[in-house]
Design a protein around this ligand. Sequence first.
Ligand SMILES: NC(=O)c1ccc[n+]([C@@H]2O[C@H](COP(=O)([O-])OP(=O)(O)OC[C@H]3O[C@@H](n4cnc5c(N)ncnc54)[C@H](O)[C@@H]3O)[C@@H](O)[C@H]2O)c1
Ligand SMILES: O=c1ccn([C@@H]2O[C@H](COP(=O)(O)OP(=O)(O)O[C@H]3O[C@H](CO)[C@@H](O)[C@H](O)[C@H]3O)[C@@H](O)[C@H]2O)c(=O)[nH]1
Length: 490
Amino acid sequence: MSSQPSQVSPPPTKVRTICCIGAGYVGGPTCSVIALKCPHIKVIIVDVNPDRINAWNSDDLPVFEPGLDEIVKQCRGKNLFFSTDIDEAIRQSELVFVSVNTPTKTSGMGKGFAADLHYVEASTRRIASVATSSKIIVEKSTVPCRTAASMRTILDANSNSVDEDGSPISFQILSNPEFLAEGTAIRDLLNPDRVLIGSLDTKEGKMAAGALREIYENWVDGSKIYETGLWSSELSKLAANALLAQRISSINSLSAICEATGADVDEVAHACGLDKRIGDRFLKASVGFGGSCFQKDILNLVYLSESLGLKEVADYWQQVITMNEYSKSRFAKKVVQTLFNTITMKKVAVLGFAFKKDTGDTRESAAITLCRYFRQERALISIYDPKVSNNQIYLDMTEPGVIDDGAAVRSQVAICDNAEDACRDAEAVVICTEWDEFRQLDWQRIYGRMKKPAFVFDGRGITDANKLRSLGFRVHTVGKGPQIMDPIWA
Ligand SMILES: NC(=O)c1ccc[n+]([C@@H]2O[C@H](COP(=O)([O-])OP(=O)(O)OC[C@H]3O[C@@H](n4cnc5c(N)ncnc54)[C@H](O)[C@@H]3O)[C@@H](O)[C@H]2O)c1
Ligand SMILES: O=c1ccn([C@@H]2O[C@H](COP(=O)(O)OP(=O)(O)O[C@H]3O[C@H](CO)[C@@H](O)[C@H](O)[C@H]3O)[C@@H](O)[C@H]2O)c(=O)[nH]1
């Protein structure tokens, strides 16, 4: 060690070891793909939750994603490690991804809107306190615009370390938001539309961005890697989710007009999507969007706009959420009204509980909202989902803070091993998730075992309504013209 502290040690330019703080839906798959594509890099994924880490180290991974198992099995123990030793992983790494949860705040200032950043802050403080060499810190979590500035302040104020040459260590912060969608995470990670890297416009900032770019270039074409300023990168993540969710709320608002007029929302979406300026993707009418991101990130954008004094902007984006709530409640009301205005003690089968197909994730799933409506109406609910665990369903159905609600839920909600069992003796089938297996159900057999009249409420537009009607069902599909025009229904 030299006696005179020299200049601040610059950010690393070569990355040999990566630490990812947060072994969740993003950190796990993202860093597993990095390990797969960069065999020369050691990747350590860490978490405060030992159960999660144990699951990552087992045959039963905590996240279901098509293709993920194979990648983890191929890399685990070679250059991919899952650990609870966060400090050691930070120390070993030149680059640290912060991929922790940023849920909506449930109390205090900004309650119900602002992102709760305390997991990000805790991770940042931990990095500052244990690092003994300069590092690149990468915001992977979705965060409000200018979070990197707070992280930088915390890092600079809390790190007194010098590296092995006696130079004070430094941190460069990058924003590298993740755009994967659940259910297609591995496909999205292997072939992303773009990789966004935000950095400060300084020599050190650009060097750090270059080091991260080099990692992605092991499998992503350089032309797809877009470097921007830090604040643009942070805001782009919120903006992308807001624009995507806005499309769904737009088509769902039109589905209400379709139902009232006899227009068909799929035809309307197709006709509009043929215009290249609009495009045909992400225009599938549904019972409402779910997932851990859309609502949270829009609320975050609403809060940001309000904090900046931009009330009209906040109101504009808030409407996307309002329309989504309306879509769910409109659909639930349709079920109750159609079943002669009461579902008390009637058996309602709910097919699908995940927020979309090919995931076991239920966060903000429309099925939760619908089932809660049905519970309030005192229906008997039988649920089937191919991937969601029974415990998760019971957890989601239980009202927090209500005494003995767990027992009440179990007396009102049954969980079945397959769709046909869920539908047996039911008065209505409600399709909440577009699982492929629901497209191939034996509807004739299901009809034979249901109470009559037998109703199907298709919240995802995946059934052949005319075929079902020919079997005797009465069918409501979201966004499909008025039932008064259907002679069987009338
Ligand atoms: N889920 C998605 O599809 C998706 C996609 C893109 C971006 N994002 C964003 O990525 C972030 C992570 O989302 P997720 O779905 O992976 O969340 P998650 O809840 O599945 O995982 C976060 C993990 O971080 C861990 N953690 C929290 N604080 C920690 C700390 N101080 N030290 C170590 N571990 C800690 C938690 O225990 C948890 O396992 C969020 O900001 C989210 O908005 C999510
Ligand atoms: O045309 C559509 C498309 C989607 N959905 C619903 O919208 C929700 C969200 O779907 P999707 O966006 O496919 O899944 P997420 O995993 O929530 O991914 C979104 O949120 C992630 C977290 O920020 C981003 O990284 C992704 O780019 C963004 O698509 C689900 O309930 C879908 O059923 C519709 O109702 N109609």
